[in-house]
Design a protein around this ligand. Sequence first.
Ligand code: KIV
Ligand code: NA
Length: 266
Amino acid sequence: RKPVTLHRLREMHAAGEKIAMLTCYDASFARLLDDCGVDCLLVGDSLGMVLQGQPSTLPVSLEDAVYHTRAVARGNRSAWLVADLPFGSYEASPEQALRSSVALMQAGAQMVKLEGGGWTAETVRFLVARGIPVCAHLGLTPQSVHALGGYRVQGRDEAAAATLKRHAAELADAGAAMLVLELVPSALAAEIGAARPDLITIGIGAGPRCGGQVLVLHDMLGVTRGRLPRFVRNFMAGAASIEDAVRLYVQDVKAGRFPDPELHGY
Ligand code: KIV
Ligand code: NA
């Protein structure tokens, strides 16, 4: 497969082809996911929970993110590689965000992701002007879990929905190429995507009318213990191998069969 570039992702999005993204934290899974046709790998700060056993993403350091980005980059051959800027590595100033982004890009990331709206637009503009593709992240932003009061659906009332839409437009104007929408009502995610076709929306608990989908790898492989959010589907159920499960995920995202609006939406 030819390397997935930002140009290619924009072409896919313009043509209405859904983008399949999964989180990935190591070289072995990077190689497998890439072989199975996953378009984008995200070195998410969910690695704090998934790999480190932390209660949230807050304890993840930039060094942790760099370490896992290096590993994923070594295993990956053609997928687009996005890395999360961890909590505390970009909020102080655009300059701090640039230094942290440089570390992730030098580790092999092709795009960095940061959480939040409003104040982040200036930072996004600063990074994009300096040649760093940026993915924004709105809705349930786990680095703000204590301010948000838990892992709950965002943008439910009219005022919150209006703020979300404004933040998405500001981030698109600032040059963000991609936007993860987490735990927002399906109708709101669809509206945000329709308002800005230049912004590739990637949903997680945001319904089927997004430009693409992302899940945490260990969630969709049925490895994660305990109660999972409703938007997760275990693709290992009925699959003969991890490879089959991942291929099924890619197929179902591309065909619009995942997420199911009834089962996985809000
Ligand atoms: O860290 C992560 O895994 C993420 C995705 C869930 C979008 O940010
Ligand atoms: Na994250």
